[in-house]
Design a binder for this molecule. Sequence first.
Ligand code: MSP
Length: 492
Amino acid sequence: MIIVKKKFFITTPIYYVNSEPHIGTAYTTIAADVIARWHRLKDEDVFFLTGTDEHGEKIEQTAQAAGKPPKKFCDEISKKFKDSWKVLNISYDHFIRTTDEYHVKAVEKMLKTLRDMGYIYKGTYQGLYCVGCERYRTESELVDGKCPDHLKKPELRNEESYFFSLSKFHNILYQKINHDDIIIKPDARKNEILSFLENNKLEDISISRAKVKWGIKIPWDETQTTYVWIDAFLNYVTGIGWPNKRFEKYWPADLHLIGKDILRVHATIWPAQLLAIGLKAPKKFFAHGYFTIDGQKMSKTLGNVVDPVKLSEEYSVDAVRYYLIREFPFGEDGNFSEHEFIHKINGELADDLGNLLYRVLTMVEKFKGKIDGQPELNQHLHLDEIEHYMENLELHRAVETIWEFIRATNKYINQKEPWKLEGEDLGNVLYNLLESCRIIGILISPFMPETAEKINRQFGVKPGSLEDCKFGKFVGKVKKGEYLFKKVDIKI
Ligand code: MSP
């Protein structure tokens, strides 16, 4: 019998190369990695896609300011993303660049198809264009006549352009989102989108630019280049092979993970583009919150942009991954503070987890008897709860529940006082501790893959799956290694 694995296709936004990877883009990517690894633990056929968004006016300008041809500039920054994701242990299956030839060809095909089907027409667009945002902004979005993100007055532009008939999809999008054919999570974000659609009629959007050189040429009109979002969205299907049939293996996406800043464009333009050419809409969007740095918005001007690679070099990759997921509820806004970060390393990582493993390994190495017994700690392992939280993308709660088990295991040591025991009694306690630690190693692996590997090595066990998270016979061969997490001095 051939067992077909359940597929799980997850994506991150593709990041603009006009800024280098920072803690914000790392946050989305780490969260996606945690989710991808969790689904692999469940033995699903996972495809995890990420990449870089490289066309458009802003990138052209940034390259120019750096004195580099745009492609060379993109190559360099795109590589920085790849390098950073390597350091952060991101297990993507494919890294797409919108300058990749297969992607460019596919965008051309999509445009031609949309045109053949009557969804693209020529018109004149007049609007307030913010170069920083690379898009026209509506009057209502401006604050004191200025773009709220770039604090600059947008330019009034009048240009010939091609339009996509987005307005035709207003009703169907509303229905699909309302009925969860396209799921938007958290619920508050779904309501935001629905009320936006109730109060505004979707308008046709301009999908080409006459004055932008750095982009994909409109296939039937060399004087125009494709608007960056139309080009960018398509990565979600070209990255798995579209227009080649093989993309059907993973499409529709099970989860588009994005920041809240780009939810509205995602939830409207992207499914409309797909429905127009007869493809299925994605199953789910999850928009997570934004975080500030010590209470302030992260910005180059403020000089408070946090580099995730430097942070990892200083404190370890897994500490960074852990902190970002653990610190605040997934989906809500939060704050990054180095002080809090160190606090978590010393408390939850060094004391709760690191110390537990070290204590257990020390006792086991000394013990000469038979390690076997009855499961006693399994009652503290709430696997169903962890699974439920992971499915709901309440990642912080899943971590909390794993930590409850870690704390229960520590408490068990204090209660049983194994240093006072010997023989079978000690063998039984050590059996419980070893099995708990082995299971902890599996459960933390999506969050802290490197630590999980170290645990496997020190406990002499193979990497397990979710199926293995139950008390059985301990079959490892223990060999104590270094402490998993060192304490860090609190900086004043
Ligand atoms: N290129 C577009 C996306 C196209 S997807 C088809 C884009 N790129 S971006 O480089 O600006 O990345 C935006 C994403 O970065 C956000 O949606 C979010 O995932 C992440 N973040 C950037 N700053 C962040 C914070 N301060 N906090 C949390 N996430 C942040 O938009």
